[in-house]
Design a protein around this ligand. Sequence first.
Ligand code: TTP
Ligand code: MG
Ligand code: MG
Length: 392
Amino acid sequence: MGIEDCTILHLDMDAFFASVEVRDDPSLQGLPVVVGGAGNHGVVAAASYPARARGISSAMPMAIARRRAPDLVIVPPRIDVYREVSARVMDLLREVTPAIEQISVDEAFLDVAGARRLFGPPDRIAQRLRSRIREELDLPSSVGGSVSRAVAKIASARAKPDGMLIVPAEQTASFLAPLPVGVISGIGPKAQQALERLGVRTVGQLRDVPASALRRAVGPQAPMIATLAAGEDRTGLGTRVRDRSVGTERTYEHDLVDPAEVRRRLTVMADEVSRSLRRSDLAARAVSVKLRAPDGTTITRSATMDQPTASGERLREHVVALWDREVPRMPAVRLAGVRAERLQETSSHPTATELTGRGTGWGGLESAMDRARDRFGSESLTRGSTLEPREG
Ligand code: TTP
Ligand code: MG
Ligand code: MG
């Protein structure tokens, strides 16, 4: 054990949109710069580090940002430029290994296990990636490394700006212990409040919470969170992860105002998504929920599952937990969607029977139901929890 084994790296660009703007207009260097809409209803998309020092952050209304920094420089977004830079960053990562998993416009995970022979230990690779990005694109980035993707991502955030932090397996528990529970991606604002009521603020304190209480506070991700808090998570990149995702979304003619109705529609969509996964022999490691208010405000939240799954039961459970615990309430919902992400081919996975639902338990029942639906149409079968009011 040691740095040599920290082969999971997470690279994330620093203040991405804002850094691109500062690079292209050096007179902005050192100033509080934000990228976003300048209008009264504009929102900050990205804030430079000098802007952050003044208390400005992403997703903040522009009016508040202006109040915090009267000398604020607001630059309108140039999405095509960021997209192009993003593609170049990903190309530079691929110079080191093809084992990369891009998770947003400015970040990706890499598994550098195979690249070590050519490029040296993971810390050397991390520095190499950062300096290539600096040389070729003149932009700052940060890298975290660990034996687990969750810890690598937490480490890259702690390394910012323009830094690197590698956390060896044996130091993981002590590295995480003092951090606030919110650093764990499965712990949203509501779960944080629930934990706060138990007197739990740090990841270290999380370790003393009994399993049942943890489950009540954070939902179905509890076992994974407990493993992570104990410093024992070893989840790397998925085998044969595809860039694809499978999802469904609907725009409603009449805005949904009843939270119970939104919840029910989300569970129906989770079922649909699980069926298309099973049809394509895919399993998902993550599921996301997307909601849009009539004014266009869009919120997405995602949950990671401890096992890849194609089970409708599991997807519903996570979707409901996201809705109940993580999604801020909007007065009305215009669009709702559910998406399965981080897909793996179940045929190539050791526990394929369980994943495709051709084995026992819920999975088996679900594929039996799929077959019945294929023969008799989708109205022929409905499960108890979706029997309440009819769709439409
Ligand atoms: P992030 O990587 O979350 O943030 P960042 O790169 O600006 O800053 P950090 O140094 O903390 O990584 O997001 C990448 C880009 O995505 C960001 O520059 C702008 C865009 N973005 C939005 O448009 N809206 C948002 O709410 C967030 C969080 C990001
Ligand atoms: Mg970033
Ligand atoms: Mg990012």
